[in-house]
Design a protein. Structure first.
Length: 211
């Protein structure tokens, strides 16, 4: 998994509340287990009409936001079903950080497993950041999200601090998903098993008869 240390990118504002995982990635995309290519379907119902024509008013179709690495969203982002494809789709479309007043718990957990940073900030602060992203006329409209310092530098030079759970922050900065975090402690696990084997040797020879 790619490490997340610092990200400087364009931010796209999407001030919609209760954006669920079906909006992020439609259910028809769940047939695949491949993580690549899902970005083309991300926010499909917002980006295209029923005939497949791009909606010009949708921020994701506006040239200045294409390739944006930061998404500034509304409250309860990622609610709905627990599909991990939502995090895959965001990553595949280039988003590495989502800023919102609140997130659905399972969605936020899936994001960490896929190298995506979720930053929770007060509604008023998120609104201010969204306005700056919409203006996009200062310093190229670029935001910098620094996970090590836990702060966001805005296009106008402002600095907004944020807090992230220490365990999640450590995984993101080290580039470790759950499996990687476990394997990183393989030596400790092996040492524990050896100690337990010496202290409780009957465990090694215990058998469970299944009828």
């Amino acid at each position: 998994m790619e490490k997340f240390l610092s990200l400087t990118a364009v931010a796209v504002p999407l001030p919609m509340i209760n954006v669920d995982t079906d909006i992020i990635i439609p259910a028809r995309a769940l047939k695949t287990t491949a993580r690549d290519g899902l970005g083309t379907l991300a926010f499909h119902a917002l980006r295209f009409d029923g005939e497949g024509n791009a909606r010009e008013v949708c921020v994701f179709n506006q040239a200045r936001y294409r390739g944006a690495g930061i998404l500034i969203a509304g409250a309860n982002f990622g609610c709905g079903s627990s599909r991990e494809h939502a995090a895959w789709a965001l990553r595949d479309m280039g988003v590495r950080c989502v800023i919102a007043p609140s997130f659905a718990d399972i969605f936020a957990s899936n994001c960490v497993k896929n190298g995506l940073l979720c930053v929770t900030l007060p509604q008023a602060t998120v609104d201010a950041l969204a306005r700056l992203a919409a203006e996009g006329n200062t310093a190229g409209g670029l935001f910098t999200v620094d996970l090590e310092r836990q702060c966001i530098t805005t296009p106008d030079g402002g600095v907004v601090p944020f807090a992230v759970d220490a365990a999640k922050r450590g995984k993101l900065m080290a580039g470790l998903d759950d499996i990687g975090a476990t394997l990183a402690r393989a030596g400790e696990i092996e040492a524990f098993e050896q100690r337990r084997g010496r202290a409780e040797p009957w465990r090694a020879s215990a058998r469970l008869d299944v009828v």
